[in-house]
Design a protein around this ligand. Structure first.
Ligand code: NAD
Length: 434
């Protein structure tokens, strides 16, 4: 199949590269010309394990190319995937302006029958809405189908997720379109679940909202554990052994961030509100998460008293390990809180330092290594559980810091691991080790 993927970001690029790797002929389109220039020479604009080598392989084998002209692609494409951003509006609703621009672009340049597949996360009813927009401007002798195919990849393991996903959801209004997209995806070997368009759109939001609920639930439990002297990690392990509960997404910590959970949970509250349903449960999940992100600043204040003039290291800045994505990262809230209280903030991330420089306050100082970040600080906060951070040398902590105090927002170490290491260790939902 000849496939065009519009939007070469975290989702579009991974989708395009993966579709090429299973044998399709793929062109990725992006309005960002710098991105396209980089992609054309085989450089990935994002950090995603395994992406760049797979991309280069498929460029070399002539199945993958890049352009900034959708018009050119539409001349001989069979399928157009839409994978542009749907960021959050100020009121929490999903911003569909990028989607609308692409729909308009397709409508003006469509020259043969095609299937249009929406990968972007969009509110229920959006596929019908964009179908209407395109239909209004498409010549009468050309037909197209719209398919909702929401994306479930996780940044940091996106390639592996694409080839080993739990399911591919295909929402279509007719069997023909559904079966075309089923055939396209078959070589992935991932189970396919077919449904109607509205249900497919809802599956994406409901899945993210449910996972966010699990995270906020265990974080609430962690707060209670901490007050009662229980260990939330053991509690989660014990709960997770029940198959009905499941052991994933029960890691207590400083909450979820990133480009999806925060905006998608807010959007679902708005979607529910649009049909006069007050989604109280999800509102509470969001509230818990907001408080959780600020937890480390409270813990730092409790330990050090005033934070004024204190030098504090932030270890890990990206919203999760193995990505350079800083969207809605807890480090933003935490660094802002610390600066407001007069602390000096020294930040380090193995990969996301450059992106973080554009996002964090220019008062934040950046270090090039864990050791540099720890040098002469009063306190170190662990924000992201990068392997390098999990494997850090406690001798350095003792040697370099003014006082060897760590507050770990991701419970990177078991309490046994930090015992008798000459450091003071605080974490989330577990007794302190002093
Ligand atoms: P992104 O911001 O990384 O990428 C979007 C890309 O679209 C950008 O490169 C941008 O330049 C490009 N773009 C914007 N307008 C365009 C146009 N008119 N023509 C061509 N290109 C255009 O976003 P993302 O993280 O890849 O997310 C895309 C969608 O997928 C969102 O709806 C998101 O909610 C959803 N999603 C994201 C993830 C994730 O982990 N990032 C996972 C599942 C679903």
């Amino acid at each position: 199949m000849n496939i065009t993927v519009v939007g070469a970001g975290y989702v579009g690029l991974v989708t395009g590269v993966s579709l090429a790797d299973i044998g399709h002929c793929v062109t990725c389109v992006d309005v960002n010309k710098d991105k396209i220039a980089k992609l054309k020479v085989g450089l990935s604009p994002i950090h995603e394990p395994g992406l760049e080598s797979l991309m280069q392989k498929n460029i070399d084998e002539n199945r993958l190319s890049f352009t900034s002209s959708l018009k050119e692609c539409l001349k001989d494409t069979d399928i157009v995937y839409i994978a542009v951003g749907t960021p959050q509006n100020k009121d929490g609703t999903a911003n569909l302006s990028f989607i609308e621009i692409v729909a308009e672009d397709i409508a003006l340049n469509i020259s043969k029958d095609i299937v249009i597949v929406t990968k972007s996360t969009v509110p229920v009813g959006t596929n019908e809405y964009i179908g209407g927009l395109i239909k209004a401007k498409t010549p009468k002798d050309i037909s197209f189908d719209i398919v909702s195919n929401p994306e479930f990849l996780r940044e940091g393991s996106a390639i592996s997720d694409t080839f080993n996903g739990d399911r591919i959801v295909i929402g279509a209004e007719n069997d023909k379109a559904a079966s075309i997209i089923e055939q396209v995806n078959k070589p992935f070997g991932v189970p396919i679940f077919k449904t109607d368009i509205r249900s497919a759109e809802m599956i994406k939001y409901a899945s993210n909202a449910f996972l966010a609920t699990k995270i906020s639930f265990i974080n609430e439990i962690s707060t209670i554990c901490e007050k009662l002297g229980a260990n939330v990690d053991d509690v989660a392990k014990g709960m997770g052994k029940d198959k009905r509960v499941g052991n994933q997404f029960l890691n207590a910590g400083i909450g979820y961030g990133g480009s999806c959970f925060p905006k998608d949970t807010n959007a679902l509250v708005q979607i529910a509100g649009g049909v006069e349903h007050d989604f109280n449960l999800l509102k509470a999940v969001i509230n818990v998460n907001n408080n959780q992100q600020a937890l480390l600043v409270d813990k730092a204040r409790q330990r050090l008293g005033s934070l004024e003039g204190k030098r504090i290291a932030l270890l890990g800045l990206a919203f999760k390990p193995n990505t350079d994505d800083m969207r809605e990262a807890a480090s933003i809230v935490i660094s802002t809180g610390l600066l407001q209280e007069g602390s000096e903030v020294i930040a380090y991330d193995p990969i996301a330092n450059e992106n973080a420089k554009h996002v964090l306050s220019n008062e934040v100082q950046f270090a090039n290594s864990i050791s540099e970040a720890l040098t002469e600080v009063n306190l170190a906060l662990i924000i992201t559980e990068w392997r390098e951070i999990i494997e850090m040398d406690f001798n350095n902590v003792r040697r370099l810091m003014i006082e060897p105090i760590i507050i770990d927002g991701r419970n990177c170490f078991s309490l046994d691991m930090v015992k008798d290491k000459g450091i003071e260790y605080h974490s989330v939902g577990r007794p302190a080790v002093i």
